[in-house]
Ligand binder design. Structure first.
Ligand code: 4AD
Ligand code: MG
Length: 501
């Protein structure tokens, strides 16, 4: 008998095979037992019929709890109703361990409970699909850069000084000296770029983000390519081709997972080159426009209507659930629907609270300030493909960004905003290659020039125009998967107030 995996079942139609995995779900109806088995590669419905020959196995299998480990043997047949398209007509079931009391049941669970049980939650279908998309995003990142001549440079996690804003540094005691967890590897890849021309680093980075938002983690993964003899246009061209490649790869290789997540694939397919470009000053003008106010006013009306709609829906479902004599499976189903509707209601209520503030922020947007999350969302929503916002005011950006020759108030930088309101997934720039200007910026930002001596050497010995960007893996995965919150895009999320498991 052939041992195989669920992903390979298509090659064994009509044959008898053995699968080894875990029991995802089971139900029986009279003489039939439906075991939904997962084995890490997929889900398969396995049907066991009670006959004289299978009676013992049938009774044993019926007692298996959710997530029991087991192997099943049977004949493979194509069946559209089975999750993976194939079904197993079972001849034998052999338990490995009979598990009981698995905490994550098919019933409804709140997000706090699920995050606390992250080590088990991985096994659920949606989480399984998300982490497979993440795998492909990471693979695509490496593949693109390796195939385009970029050399991998691993940069340190212990860093003696700030790479980005000093407000988000995590200090660590390093044999009695304070050092920091890296916020970026950029300064270190800039040095290696002088040796290899095109380089990248890819690893975890750390920011002490004291706010709990949908977009911020305290530990996240960032890939940072850096190129010598490159200006802002070269950086934008790389970012565009790179993001396009990663999205295409996911569409090709993870279509099944994205469909499982309910992702609107047409929206991802609309991601075509060239991406849209506008300057910060143009973005500022757009934010202050009457058109944006109208758009937000409509949003507000829609959100209010949905609050009313979901409030009514929840009340109806509650009544239905409380009906005497209701079947348990029906009550469970309603409980799940109520929980989903409550989540949606909470989102809409939040929108009703926030939109007036977003309208005010947009209407009064002043040249000089950084774009906030809501501003980015507004700009991104106006386009069906990613948008580059370039040339931000120097005062709201990092010290290392190149001052623009055409307008010294701005820098040659870019942020890439993902569509559908996802906001910034890339931050990048041409770097200040002039020693005197760079020193001036270091002083302006109140940084200690001595900490950056080695970095200044790069401007002393063969300085060249150069630039690069950083792409956040989790924000990219959230966008590609169409998730509201970044916390499910990383195996173990680290956020303010969350460090377990
Ligand atoms: O815009 P940022 O801060 O840029 C840098 O760190 C540069 N040194 C990159 C470079 O030019 N080499 O961060 C880059 C990206 C953001 O666009 C976002 O996708 C992600 O990193 N990011 C975060 N992701 C999750 N949680 C956070 N707290 C993040 N902060 C930044
Ligand atoms: Mg940024």
């Amino acid at each position: 008998m052939t041992t195989t995996t669920i992903a390979e079942l298509g090659k064994h139609v009509g044959q008898t095979v053995t699968l080894s995995g875990w029991l995802y779900n089971s139900r029986s109806s009279g003489k039939l037992l439906f075991l939904v088995v997962r084995d890490g590669t997929g889900l398969c419905q396995c049907v066991l019929e009670k006959t004289e020959a299978t009676a013992v196995a049938f009774d044993a299998a019926k007692r298996l709890g959710q997530e029991s480990s087991l192997s099943v043997s049977g004949t493979v047949r194509a069946d559209e109703r089975s999750p993976g398209g194939y079904e197993l007509a079972v001849t034998d079931v052999r338990p490995v361990q009979n598990a009981s009391g698995y905490p994550i049941t098919p019933k409804a669970h709140g997000i706090e409970f699920l995050m606390k049980n992250r080590h088990l939650w991985f096994r659920s279908q949606r989480q399984w699909a998300i982490l497979r998309v993440r795998h492909t995003v990471v693979e695509g990142i490496r593949q693109y850069l390796n195939e385009h001549g970029f050399i991998l440079i691993d940069t340190p996690i212990f860093a003696p000084a700030a790479g980005e804003g000093a407000q988000t540094l995590f200090a660590v005691d390093y044999f009695g000296e304070p050092v920091y967890l890296a916020q970026t590897g950029q300064l270190y890849v800039e040095a290696a770029m002088m040796a290899h021309r095109k380089v990248y680093c890819f690893g975890p980075t750390f920011r002490a983000e004291k706010s709990k938002t949908r977009r911020h983690l305290t530990e996240f993964w960032m890939v940072e390519p850096e190129m010598a003899y490159a200006d802002l246009d070269d950086v934008a061209a790389l970012a565009e081709d790179f993001v396009y490649f990663v999205v295409q790869k996911c569409l090709r290789e993870r279509r099944g997972e994205l469909e499982m997540l309910g992702r609107d694939l047409a929206k991802l397919e609309a991601v075509q080159k060239p991406f849209f470009r506008l300057t910060y000053s143009e973005a500022a003008e757009t934010l202050r426009s009457a058109e944006v106010q109208t758009m937000l006013r409509l949003d507000l009306e829609r959100a209010r209507a949905r609050v009313a709609e979901f409030t009514k829906l929840i009340a109806e479902k509650e009544t239905e659930k409380a009906a005497p004599g209701i079947k348990e499976w029906k009550a469970d189903k309603l409980a799940q629907e109520i929980m989903d509707a409550r989540d949606e209601l909470a989102d809409q209520e939040e929108a009703v609270r926030n939109i007036p503030q977003h309208m005010e922020l947009a209407a009064n947007f002043e040249w000089g300030g950084d774009l906030g999350g809501s501003d980015e969302t507004i700009i991104a929503r106006l386009h069906d493909r990613p948008v580059f916002v370039t040339h931000y005011p120097r005062v709201c950006k990092a010290f290392y960004m190149k001052r623009s020759a055409a307008d010294p108030r701005v820098v040659n930088n870019l942020d890439l905003l993902a569509p559908e309101g996802y906001g910034e997934i890339i931050g990048g720039s041409q770097r200040e290659d002039d020693l005197a200007v760079l020193l001036e910026r270091i002083h302006e930002d109140g940084l200690n020039a001595a900490d950056y001596e080695w970095y200044l050497d790069l401007r002393r010995y063969g300085t060249v125009p150069h630039g690069g960007f950083g792409l956040g893996v989790e924000r990219t995965v959230a966008w590609i998967c169409g998730l509201k919150h970044i916390r499910e895009t990383i195996p173990y999320a680290r956020m303010m107030g969350r460090i377990y498991p």
